[in-house]
Design a protein around this ligand. Sequence first.
Ligand SMILES: [Fe+2]
Length: 156
Amino acid sequence: MKADIGISEKNTKAVADKLQVILADEYVLYTKTRNYHWNVEAPNFMELHKLFESQYEEIDEMIDDIAERIRSIGHYSTGRLQDFLSLTNLLEPNSNNKAEKQIKNLLQDHETLIKELRKCEGDFSDKFKDAGSADFVTALMEKHEKMAWMLRSYLS
Ligand SMILES: [Fe+2]
């Protein structure tokens, strides 16, 4: 049944399409963070192992919320790995076990997502008149800003 929520079909579709890209990016960042949780090597191994775990758990919740937001505005969510890989803006570099390289790589992805989400917030509220989705992506952005700060604090 169609969602009758006071936003045009054209606008909810535009918002959903953009949310699919964010979902794909989150999926890639989740997988990368989990890979680093497994494979990091550093004198402070246990701290980074736990930090990465806390971050991929947070991203996991965000992934679920984004797919459910897409459903809430009346569209179906992508859920196939091959679709995520074709939609994402993030890159998967060769695996690396060095903590500093991993942290820099994750930080870059969080900052990419923060900039994407900031642009979404403006587009969703101004162009597509979807205040709920604008508010939703603002909350996601704040979570990435906090995770980025934590990663950045390991780098001089
Ligand atoms: Fe684990």
